[in-house]
Design a protein around this ligand. Structure first.
Ligand code: 9D3
Length: 251
């Protein structure tokens, strides 16, 4: 699949596309990312891509015409109907279900907003979908675009070392948060404290370990993310034993 990214800051992308586990998806071109520096599509010699808002007020607005020129160049290259996505604080929140849809599709054209926003006429006529990462303030859409690319890349076959990591992901298969993880040493000394690994994990009893992990996941989800627990209940993924355990905790 192919993602075309329209941005004022193309330099932000390379470090993320060339490092880590997801690099495999980008290197192999399973996820092909093309960068479109918006300034290259400015109309004038000053390479202007923003201007003051009609009606007054603070900040600047991204001009429609440079964005349209970039989108036209992209459409000329990609002979498909891939959706045009704008990252903006007014978008609907990106969730794993949406990531899975992108991972199964042909890709998208990603517009990274900057300044106060984009001229609404460009949005009305050329943007199919507005996406946000959540209710906190960033300075632009580049990090959200990278977050989507990372989330899509790690769903490609062969990108995660261990295929089982997928199935067990929070938000992926089910709705429960992960259980806590422990590794060596078996007793970790921190200052005056001696901190052992929970003994059940050292027992070799796989059924006990599975039950302990399930219970930790249930308890953590119930206490920290009651919204996810409700979603797990609604989706039918909790078994009677899960409900009994939660009831024993008064949850
Ligand atoms: C009250 C005016 N602000 C809207 C919340 C102005 C404003 C803040 C931040 C306008 C643009 C931005 C830049 N942010 C993004 O482009 C953005 C974003 C974000 O800030 N948070 C979470 N997701 C996203 S996606 C794009």
């Amino acid at each position: 699949m192919r993602f075309d990214v329209v941005t004022l800051f193309p330099e932000l992308f390379a470090p993320h596309l060339t490092q880590g586990i997801t690099r495999r998806a980008f290197d192999s071109r399973q996820v092909d990312v093309r960068l479109w520096p918006l300034r290259d599509h400015a109309e004038d010699a000053y390479r202007r891509v923003d201007d003051r808002p009609y009606g007054g007020g603070p900040g600047m607005v991204m001009l429609a015409e440079p964005l349209l020129r970039a989108l036209t160049a992209i459409r000329n290259e990609r002979q498909d109907t891939a959706p045009v996505v704008l990252f903006s604080p007014a978008g609907r929140r990106l969730e794993q279900a949406g990531v899975r849809e992108f991972a199964a599709g042909q890709g998208a054209v990603l517009i990274c907003g900057r300044y106060e926003g984009v001229d609404q006429r460009l949005i009305d006529r050329h943007v199919d979908l507005e996406l946000s990462l959540g209710d906190f303030v960033l300075s632009g859409g580049e990090l959200p675009a990278l977050a989507l690319l990372d989330a899509v890349a790690r769903l490609q076959p062969g990108v995660l070392g261990d295929a089982r990591s997928h199935a067990q992901d929070s938000f992926s298969e089910g709705h429960l948060l992960d259980w806590p993880h422990y590794s060596r040493p078996e007793v970790w000394r921190d200052a005056a404290a001696e901190l052992p690994v929970p003994p059940v994990l050292m027992s070799g009893h796989h059924a006990d370990i599975a039950r302990w992990r399930r219970e930790r996941a249930l308890e953590l989800t119930a206490r920290r993310r009651p919204d996810l627990l409700a979603a797990a209940r609604a989706s039918g993924e909790l078994r009677p034993a899960d409900e009994s355990y939660l009831a024993s905790l008064g949850l």
